[in-house]
Design a protein around this ligand. Sequence first.
Ligand code: C2E
Ligand code: CA
Ligand code: CA
Length: 451
Amino acid sequence: MLIRNAIRSQVKARLRADDLARLAENRAATDTLTGLINPRAIFALLEQIVAERRPCWFGVIDLDGFKAINELYGHVSGDHLLREVATRLSSFADEGTSIARIGGDEFAIVQERPMTAAQIVRLGDGMIEAVRGAVTYGSQKLTVSASCGFAHYPDMAADTMALYERSDFALYKAKQSHRGHTVVFNKENELEIREHVLIERAFREGDLENEMFLMFQPQTNILTGRVVGFEALARWRSASIGLVPPDLFIRVAEKSGYINDITKLLFKKGLAAAASWPVDVRLSFNLSLHDVSNLDTINWIIGQVKESGVDPARLDFEITETAVMFDFDLSCRALGMLVDLGAKIALDDFGSGHSSFEYIDRLPLHKIKIDKSFVDKVSHNRVSVEIVSVILTLCQRLNLDCVLEGVETTKQLEVLSGLGAQLIQGYLFGRPMEGPRVLESLMQFERKLSA
Ligand code: C2E
Ligand code: CA
Ligand code: CA
């Protein structure tokens, strides 16, 4: 992401006329590792095409799983893989097709031949297919996948900067929901990209330390009636754009490289809150995709916990399938470090993904949170009741805790407790509340219990 930001600023800088001339001279410059065209040269080419108002497609290909290979097999293997990927991609290069390496594991394509969107998707998918084949290095078999985003000049973007941003956005869309495929920028993305730009600016210019805070939602054991812990939920009241929904700003933060900083500032606040609670009350904290594949962030978290004096055994870290899918081996290592510290791991939004069961035995899990979409249906849908029942039994057998999320009605509660559910989180037992209200509400719960 940082590389992308650097390129973005390079593109911005390149819009200056004096740079233009200088960079045009450097067009032949190659990337020393792979022998492909380097970023300067490809963007200079793009500038030239745009200056001459010639139509073209611009694409970005990003490898999925490259980081894990670097981590597991070392940089020499990683470099070998990059060179092989570059060789395979360059087989697509011809008079109208230029291919460059523009970041660690990111490549760009300029296609000057006229092509329809369907044709460009075929080209992109063909490149992905070529990249996907295993690369042999000594006794190692290295495999990566790739995703690709394309945008067209002038149909989808008016200048180089916008063209890069739009193809990058299409790549982001591919990574989000069409991993391993090619996505072409479309009109609906236009509004979304504007929203993202606005949010990124507010990240850059805002005082995030003060603007961001946590709300805490109780998780209740319905057998004992006690609140066992609180899930910390991020909130952001931006001075320039107001209250931004957490799933939206977390997504933009992941995309733009702000997520690690945001996780850190939120985790500090979460730890400080937990330190003021009774010692038998747990704190559940959400980790995002980039946190679980970043050992620096995980080490930082571990350092903070040790410094805070909060018993790590009181902490749950919530992760999602999409977070670990991004870089499975690295995520497992990161989660293992948190488990070694004494914390617990919860698999969030269980049942909302595709292959949930697959992860249960591959991850160091202590807890599963059944997604609200199942809970919503248990009061009127027999199949959902059966599914929840099976998951509860599975958790029991595997000695995992199970939290039912998003419980809103007494009818749902009745069905769930009939199935043997113990841990409940939802509006029925408490909405997310501001930090200072937590102690007060704990006292209220206790008073209710003893009444
Ligand atoms: P999540 O982790 O699944 O969090 C549960 C969401 O469901 C929260 O929405 C919560 O307010 C909502 N919820 C809980 N009970 C009920 C209920 O009974 N009815 C309904 N309708 N909703 C209920 P929220 O706070 O808007 O968070 C949305 C998502 O944003 C979270 O989903 C999580 O994916 C992400 N998020 C929130 N805080 C953080 C954070 O600190 N870090 C990261 N990485 N992601 C966060
Ligand atoms: Ca969660
Ligand atoms: Ca959830």
